[in-house]
Design a protein around this ligand. Structure first.
Ligand SMILES: NC(=O)c1ccc[n+]([C@@H]2O[C@H](COP(=O)([O-])OP(=O)(O)OC[C@H]3O[C@@H](n4cnc5c(N)ncnc54)[C@H](OP(=O)(O)O)[C@@H]3O)[C@@H](O)[C@H]2O)c1
Length: 279
């Protein structure tokens, strides 16, 4: 049995129905967003990957860089295009309107905000990150929804954080703004479910990305503890005993983006190796 499973590999021939679907993934130059863009291409979707750094996006689009995995059995990979967009810039989002009008799968994944205590966040910071982390997703969705509803197929995925269920110390901006996104997403899910559009939030626990490493370094400095020691402690606290990979996260996103997930909406899906203890 084990030999057979190894032969089949990570992907089995379940048709996700993503071939030829148009997807737009934000925050796609690295980490979780990049992995989602890659798996959607591998599943046959035509993907527009956006982020601020055109240089980093180009490495994603370099020959041989996609797909991340061999195309799913029996299907050809899709295509990848990239575009530099700052999610804090409303006009830049509005300029994506023609793309969004034909987008079937919208992955709203923003940059994470800096650490900070709840009492210390300034008005300027609240406003800045409200724009790039909350309003950006609302604007993207506003452009994409009419087409999704008309075609009676749409998948809106929003990358949030486990901090919405158990606020993470010293990440006040993230905890608050992502909770706002959940409230908006849940409301929207009810409004468009009968049109064939699903809206789901994906909550990472600790996914091994550059951001996780950066936050770890800052915490280690603050606490005067070696970064490797903090990393070891964090992994020990996760029932799976390790951080997740961006690819493991992206596989769940691909399922939620697929035709197979038509009856899943208005949920928060945790990808956290069992880290969250609450029901
Ligand atoms: N990794 C985890 O364990 C974890 C846990 C909880 C929550 N999260 C959250 O999940 C999201 C993805 O995580 P990650 O670890 O992959 O983060 P990451 O490595 O920091 O990647 C963030 C992505 O967003 C892009 N981005 C940042 N600001 C942007 C802006 N204003 N406009 C357009 N694109 C922007 C970045 O590219 P450019 O710099 O090129 O724009 C990058 O591609 C983040 O919001 C993070 O806070 C992650």
């Amino acid at each position: 049995m084990i030999g057979q499973a190894a032969q089949i590999g990570r992907r089995n021939p379940v048709d996700m129905g993503l071939k030829g679907r148009h997807a737009l993934v934000t925050g796609a130059s690295r980490g979780i967003g990049r992995a989602i863009a890659r798996v959607l291409v591998a599943e046959g979707a035509d993907v527009l990957a956006v982020a601020r750094s055109v240089e980093k996006l180009q490495t994603l689009a370099a020959p041989g860089a996609v797909p991340a995995a061999p195309p799913a059995v029996g299907r050809a990979a899709g295509s990848l295009r990239t575009r530099g967009v700052d999610l804090a810039d409303a006009a830049a989002i509005d300029a994506l309107a023609p793309e969004l009008a034909r987008t079937d799968v919208l992955v709203i994944n923003t940059g994470g905000p800096p650490p900070g205590r709840a009492a210390d966040i300034t008005d300027a910071q609240w406003t800045q990150y409200f724009k790039s982390m909350f309003l950006a997703g609302v604007r993207l969705t506003r452009h994409a929804l009419p087409g999704m509803c008309a075609r009676r197929f749409g998948r809106i995925l929003i990358v949030i954080s486990s901090g919405v269920q158990e606020p993470i110390a010293n990440l006040a901006l993230s905890n608050a703004l992502r909770a706002a996104l959940v409230g908006w997403a849940k409301t929207l899910a009810g409004e468009v479910a009968a049109d064939g559009v699903t809206v789901n939030c994906l909550a990472p626990g600790n996914i091994d990305t550059e951001r996780l490493a950066e936050l770890g370094r800052l915490r280690a400095e603050r606490q005067g503890v070696p970064v490797e020691e903090l990393r070891r402690q964090a992994q020990q606290a996760i029932p799976a005993g390790r951080f997740g990979t961006p690819e493991e996260f992206a596989d769940v996103a691909a399922f939620l983006a697929s035709e197979r997930a038509a009856y899943v909406t208005g949920t928060i899906v945790r990808i956290d190796g069992g880290m969250m203890h609450s029901l």
